[in-house]
Design a protein around this ligand. Structure first.
Ligand SMILES: C[S@@+](CC[C@H](N)C(=O)[O-])C[C@H]1O[C@@H](n2cnc3c(N)ncnc32)[C@H](O)[C@@H]1O
Length: 256
């Protein structure tokens, strides 16, 4: 299994830094990391209006700070979970943002192609650039994640840090879609923050996964952060020396 941790990951991070610090300074990105963290933690009601990606600073913070952290978590869980079990032929990354969850899942499954969808057009461009830099074949397009359908057959659908951004009715609609995708041969990976208050629906979804042969896991591990990422983390008053997340994995319905 290929995994661009270590040197390749560092190279990607260096390229990300060169891309984003060509436009903004380190202190500007640091302030934006603080502002973006506040949107995620304290002002979640503003997410609906796209407050997370409304300024160049927040977009850079998302791309340069959160994307590597999300990649490290996705890579860690994708290698620990039995994602490759059903030999997925492709990944469909919904609410892909910068594409890092789909890319990590693809690499854990032998570098299969990724289809990536997000409602934000800037994110689509970033996902394409990340995939190209990390050597993954990714096609990204703008769209609503509820209007998508995995191609027939063995698709791994990924939803990274996205389900908690949906309102109750969208989330209910998504769970019935997941059921129909599963019956049609797709498996599903959901990654979410560990904080329960962000996902009060978690226990219901975990029961849904368990009843279909899937699993719910909590993860905690100490990543090897690139020095400049660790510096940004500290400078922004955050602490990601330990990364945490929770996941749901739902396998495809077994064929008779
Ligand atoms: C917190 S970000 C996570 C992005 C990425 N999956 C990651 O792990 O870094 C949530 C993403 O979901 C997207 N999103 C939220 N609701 C959506 C919807 N209804 N349809 C498509 N994308 C959506 C947002 O634009 C944003 O890029």
């Amino acid at each position: 299994m290929t995994s661009p941790t270590g040197i390749e990951f560092e190279r990607w991070f260096d390229a990300l830094e060169a891309r984003h610090l060509a436009v903004l300074t380190f202190p500007e990105v640091r302030r934006a990391v603080e502002a973006l963290s506040a949107v995620y933690v304290e002002r979640r009601n503003r997410l609906d209006s796209g407050a997370d990606l409304e300024s160049a600073g927040k977009r850079a913070a998302f791309a340069l700070f959160y994307a590597p952290l999300h990649f490290l978590v996705a890579d860690h869980v994708a290698r620990a979970l039995p994602l490759a079990e059903g030999a997925p032929q492709r990944v469909l990354d919904l609410g892909c943002g910068t594409g890092v969850v789909g890319i990590a899942a693809s690499l854990a499954c032998g570098n299969v192609p990724v289809e990536a969808v997000d409602r934000n057009r800037w994110a689509i461009g970033e996902a394409r650039w990340n995939a190209e830099t990390l050597g993954v074949d990714l096609r990204a397009r703008p769209g609503d994640l509820l209007r998508q359908r995995p191609a027939a057959g063995r698709t791994l659908v990924t939803l990274g840090w996205t389900v908690n951004e949906l309102d109750d009715s969208m989330r209910d609609e998504l769970s019935s879609r997941i059921e129909s995708w599963r019956l049609a041969g797709a498996s599903v990976l959901v990654i979410e923050p560990i904080a329960r208050r962000m996902s009060p629906w978690w226990d219901d979804w975990a029961a849904f996964a368990a009843a279909r042969g899937g699993r719910a896991d909590d993860w905690k591990f100490a990543p090897q952060l690139p020095a400049r990422l660790a510096l940004m983390d500290k400078a922004a008053g955050l602490d990601h020396r330990e990364l945490k997340a929770r996941t749901l994995w739902v396998p495809a319905q077994a064929r008779p």
